[in-house]
Write a protein that binds this ligand. Structure first.
Ligand SMILES: NC(=O)c1ccc[n+]([C@@H]2O[C@H](COP(=O)([O-])OP(=O)(O)OC[C@H]3O[C@@H](n4cnc5c(N)ncnc54)[C@H](O)[C@@H]3O)[C@@H](O)[C@H]2O)c1
Length: 270
């Protein structure tokens, strides 16, 4: 299906931990579409993930960076520009982590140290990344920056815990920073609100199978897969979507605008 629509473009892709990761699929498809990419992940991923295998397979550089550390992001951005011998056209922020969810703390009994770290990793990192890119004048005009979100930012899903608040903040950063990046460099900033997807981060949410199956039954098109999400990311990195910015874009098979599906009607009929 590849049409080389990213030919000659340079991009940084965060968060490809293993083959199930959404970012893994995005990296593969960006390369298939002709892009030059740099992969990045948290240093701990060297131990627990397969990012290095992907870098070898795609024959692309891998620069580890912890998104909570400004110096790491500065090194990543300068290292990527050196690797590309030029500026950057697109960035995927595919990073999320909730300490309270991981420790199974109930939302109403959250630990605030953990909450602070969760927001730092999952949301503030997006602002920190864009500030780093802007200060280094690292983005080409008409570049595209994307982060991945979830509909718990708008509607309550009790087991999603503090990640709901983290995603609301993430989406707000896309709007607020997107304004400034648009004004100064014509760079667009958006979030994609993706269907539940079977990945390491996704499966960490309590009751994930219920989330997944409910969304699949509600959505007229069913749940969007990680591969389909990657296709959408490619389109948003391409020159065909230059005027789309500051949006939270639902990529969920219609879930977000469905009141009830006929399948669920049947299930709840006497
Ligand atoms: N899986 C889903 O159901 C789903 C749905 C909607 C949105 N999302 C979002 O998609 C994004 C990617 O998640 P995924 O589902 O592919 O899971 P994943 O576990 O494969 O990816 C999460 C990534 O975040 C990285 N990360 C964590 N802490 C980091 C840090 N301090 N510095 C740098 N990287 C760090 C991990 O190493 C990992 O690669 C996340 O933002 C997630 O919230 C996922």
């Amino acid at each position: 299906m590849a049409n080389q629509i990213l030919k000659g473009k340079n991009g940084i892709i965060f968060g490809a931990l293993n083959e199930a990761s959404i970012a893994w699929k995005v990296a593969e498809q960006c390369v298939a579409e002709g892009a030059n990419i740099v992969l990045t992940n948290a240093p701990v991923a060297a131990r627990v993930g397969q990012t290095e295998e992907l870098a070898k397979k795609l024959n692309v550089p891998l620069i580890y960076a912890d998104v909570t550390k400004m110096e790491d992001l500065q090194t990543l951005v300068s290292g990527s520009m050196a690797a590309f011998n030029g500026k950057i056209d697109f960035v995927l922020h595919s990073v999320g982590m909730s300490l309270n969810v991981r420790k199974k703390n109930p939302y109403i009994d959250s630990n605030y140290e953990y909450m602070h770290q969760s927001f730092d990793i999952s949301s503030m990192s997006f602002h920190r990344l864009m500030q780093t890119l802007m200060k280094a004048d690292a983005m080409n005009d008409w570049g595209s920056i994307l982060a991945l979100s979830y509909i718990a930012a708008q509607r309550t899903f009790p087991d999603y815990g503090e990640m709901a608040d983290a995603k609301a903040l993430l989406e707000s950063f896309a709007r607020s920073f997107g304004y400034h990046y648009g004004k100064s460099k014509k760079v667009r900033v958006n979030t994609i609100s993706q269907s539940p997807t079977k990945t390491t981060a996704g499966s960490g949410v309590g009751g994930f199978d219920a989330f997944y199956n409910y969304a699949d039954t509600m959505s007229p098109l069913g749940n969007a897969s990680a591969d389909q999400c990657a296709q959408y990311c490619v389109s948003l990195f391409s020159d065909y979507t230059r005027m789309v910015t500051m949006q939270n874009l639902f990529h969920d098979g219609g879930f977000s605008f469905t009141g009830i599906s006929t399948d669920l009607m049947e299930k709840f009929s006497d």
